[in-house]
Write a protein that binds this ligand. Structure first.
Ligand code: ZN
Length: 418
């Protein structure tokens, strides 16, 4: 048994080794083919999310491994196209519904690879597009920051783009923000007039049945014609029909026109019956007085007609450049409000302390000087009669036009070169 036993043992050991080698070869083959099929397998994309409003959006899409991407812009309509390797999308249709600055999200196969296409609500800028490793170690994500921009800015980006990859493009964006305030050559002083409310949102209503949205539209139209007849300005309205717009849609329109001034027109009601006269509001975190606060709260409710939740934690970008621009914009807004109050006082009755401030969402564009004019109160019979009187409206519109002229000449005189 002894020698035979040891021979047996030798044989067993050899057989064991053979099995081991075979198993290892098999394993290697399996691993190899697994690696091969993984490289071949489509990229997995999931967890599409977008947040923000019509002025600023963030879009995130997750991938099971690092995606090799290229992105570029297309116009007519304004689109952002992200080219991906072949990708299997597992996206929640609910998350793809249009919102804010994004009018449509589409994805699918395109030639050898796949494609994600975001269609903007008008022109936009891609402030940032990064491929990032997820913190939990599970895969990667694309993070896109976009903001409402003018057609000119979009065209400029379009002209500058040679097929760009996600990693190189986000570097020059600080410059873009920095050059923001410099107007295009040939840019005329541009005013966007915003008739408050509209569509399902009627605004305030007088006891006699006068509805604010109609008063604001009639006045804005008159003001537009007066300003246009000066011949030196480009003048736009956020709406010229009875249509509903969210507050950030109004801001978006002002930015997309590269407005030098946004004038939002209102005619509200107030519980204090005797109170009458016009008021000029600018944006501030802290309201100048309780009435201003109450008015801003009510105006900001306008977005509820679109079924939107009012966000209290409006986390704006705290970029230093944007902060500087915002501060400069604020100074311009204050200066225009001051000029406007002066001009209105000669033709139009004003309330006590007619220059006030509060957190109006429609005034929040960081780069567009903005004021909100309460022409008068529909809760006051005398104010209502004035608002319905063509002569009075003509005089009020003329006062605003005079104020715009003073502001425009001061601004174009001092702000050249940004
Ligand atoms: Zn209003």
């Amino acid at each position: 048994m002894g020698p035979a036993g040891s021979a047996d043992k030798g044989q067993t050991a050899a057989a064991y080794l053979r099995h081991l080698v075979r198993a290892l070869v098999l394993l290697a083959a399996l691993l190899g083919s697994a690696a091969l099929s993984r490289a071949d397998a489509p990229l997995g994309a999931s967890g599409y999310k977008m947040a923000g409003d019509a002025t600023k959006m963030r879009i995130v899409l997750n991938f099971d491994r690092e995606p090799d991407i290229k992105w570029f812009l297309l116009r007519g309509p304004n689109r952002l196209v992200v080219d991906l390797p072949r990708t299997r999308f597992a996206l929640d249709a609910k998350e793809l519904k249009p919102r804010g600055l994004v009018r449509a999200v589409r994805y699918g196969d395109q030639g050898e690879g796949s494609r994600l296409i975001l269609t903007g609500k008008g022109p936009f800028a891609v402030d940032k597009l990064d491929v990032l490793k997820n913190d939990d170690g599970n895969g990667y994500r694309i993070a896109i920051d976009m903001s409402a921009a003018s057609e000119r800015e979009f065209d400029e980006a379009l002209a500058n783009q040679s097929l760009t990859t996600g990693s190189t493009v986000s570097t020059d964006k600080g410059e873009r923000v920095g050059t923001g305030p410099v107007s295009a050559p040939g840019h005329r002083f541009t005013i966007v007039i915003d008739p408050g409310h509209g569509g399902v949102d009627g605004g305030a209503e007088s006891s006699g049945g006068t509805i604010e949205k109609n008063v604001t539209l009639a006045f804005a139209t008159e003001l537009r014609d007066k300003l246009a007849s000066v011949g030196k300005y480009d003048v736009f309205m956020t709406r010229d029909t009875d249509e509903y717009l969210t507050l950030d849609d109004r801001v978006r329109i002002a930015r997309q026109h590269e407005a030098d001034l946004l004038i939002s027109i209102h005619a509200d009601t107030i519980a204090v019956k005797g109170l009458r006269g016009a008021t000029v509001y600018t944006l501030s975190d802290k309201a100048s007085d309780p009435e201003a606060q109450a008015l801003a709260d009510r105006e900001n409710l306008s977005d509820q007609f679109a079924g939107m939740k009012i966000k209290n934690d409006d986390k704006e970008v705290t970029d230093i450049l944007i902060d500087l621009i915002r501060r400069e914009t604020h100074n311009f807004s204050m200066s225009f409000a001051h000029t406007l109050v002066g001009q209105l006082s000669t033709n139009v009755g004003l309330i006590n302390n007619p220059q006030r401030s509060a957190g109006f969402r429609v005034l929040k564009a960081p780069d567009v000087p903005s004021v909100l004019v309460e022409l008068g109160y529909l809760s006051n019979a005398k104010d209502e009669a004035q608002l319905l009187n063509a002569d009075w409206r003509g005089k009020a519109a003329q006062s605003i036009t005079n104020a715009v002229a003073l502001f425009a000449s001061a601004k174009t005189g001092t702000a050249t070169g940004g």
